[in-house]
Ligand binder design. Structure first.
Ligand code: PLP
Length: 290
């Protein structure tokens, strides 16, 4: 299964190497596989329950559900109360996670923060609490292994100059990758702006000089359909690779806007999340964009 494959595609006259972490596992794929790697590998026989919280369609939620299912653990997931139809006819990541046995706990918006805080104080030794997005210090080891795979590939290919691109939600993936890689790592903030992302990364450790935040000229709101996202997604799809619709489009747009400043070869880390495309595509249809 590891190292994951590297393929390539051509866009705007440039060659891009694609690190196919999306192919590792359909449910436990991409950077979530990397972030949960330590847990996947450890026997952890004393654990019977994993607990987490966050968005009702999150990619991390599905990966944690797949992990818990593999391990035979109970999975309690806390989220803000969703409209009734979301649960009556679950779709996408939620549907798959429920089928894997996830116990969903919906919290009223006003009580959400306090409920999440309380989770941290009542954890017992048989339970594992994973912060939102699976971003734990534990995520570092899996990203270090990804870094090693990239270094080994670069050596085998005899590539002298290489930049690596990976989109950021919590920023944990990009941060730990940059920490373990002696190459420029380019990322773009999806949730909030660059200031917010820097603060998230500062909480993980000292700044990495090789980690560069690049922005698109246009501002985009997370989880919102945009024509520009759809077009780059479709252009990429025509090259034969399906990327996720939530994070990848903005990272690609940022890369394309900064292309002339990037010399040497470029590797894009395909961070999975393709399973969530069904529900994102519905938003595009609802917005009459497709
Ligand atoms: C979760 C996710 C990210 C963001 O990862 P962080 O470590 O939270 O920055 C990026 N891309 C995809 C496809 C994801 O599922």
């Amino acid at each position: 299964m590891l190292p994951s494959a590297v393929t390539h595609l051509r866009l705007d006259g440039r060659l891009f190497y694609i690190k196919r972490d999306d192919l590792i596992d359909p449910l436990l794929s991409g950077n979530k596989f990397r972030k949960l790697f330590t847990l996947i590998q450890s026997p952890l026989e004393h654990i019977h329950t994993v607990i987490s919280y966050g968005g009702i369609q999150s990619n991390a939620m599905l990966s944690m559900a797949a992990l818990a299912h593999q391990k035979g653990w109970r999975f309690d997931y806390y989220t803000k109360r969703a409209p009734a139809h979301v649960k009556q006819m679950p779709e996408g990541n939620l549907k798959a996670a429920l089928e894997l046995g996830m116990c969903l706990h919906e919290i009223d918006h006003g009580a959400y923060e306090a409920t999440v805080r309380a989770l941290f104080s009542r954890i017992n030794p048989h339970e594992l609490l994973l912060p939102q997005g699976g971003s734990d210090p534990m995520a570092e080891r899996g990203m270090a292994i990804l870094a090693d795979e990239i270094k080994e590939w670069q050596r085998e290919e005899g590539i002298d100059k290489l930049s690596v691109a990976i989109p950021s939600g919590t920023g944990a993936s990009a941060y730990f990758l940059a920490k373990h890689l002696d190459l420029p790592v380019l990322t773009t903030p999806l949730i909030g702006d660059a200031v917010y992302l820097r603060a998230q990364m500062d909480a993980l450790g000292p700044p990495c000089a090789n980690l560069h935040l690049i922005e698109t000229k246009q501002r985009y709101r997370f989880g919102t359909p945009y024509q520009a996202f759809l077009s780059v997604h479709q252009t990429l799809r025509e090259t034969g690779v399906v990327f996720d619709l939530l994070y990848a489009p903005k990272m690609w747009l940022a890369l394309l806007e900064h292309l002339s400043q990037i010399d040497g070869e470029i590797m894009y880390i395909h961070s999975g999340g393709v399973y969530g495309n069904a529900t994102m595509m519905e938003r595009y249809m609802y917005a009459k964009m497709v």
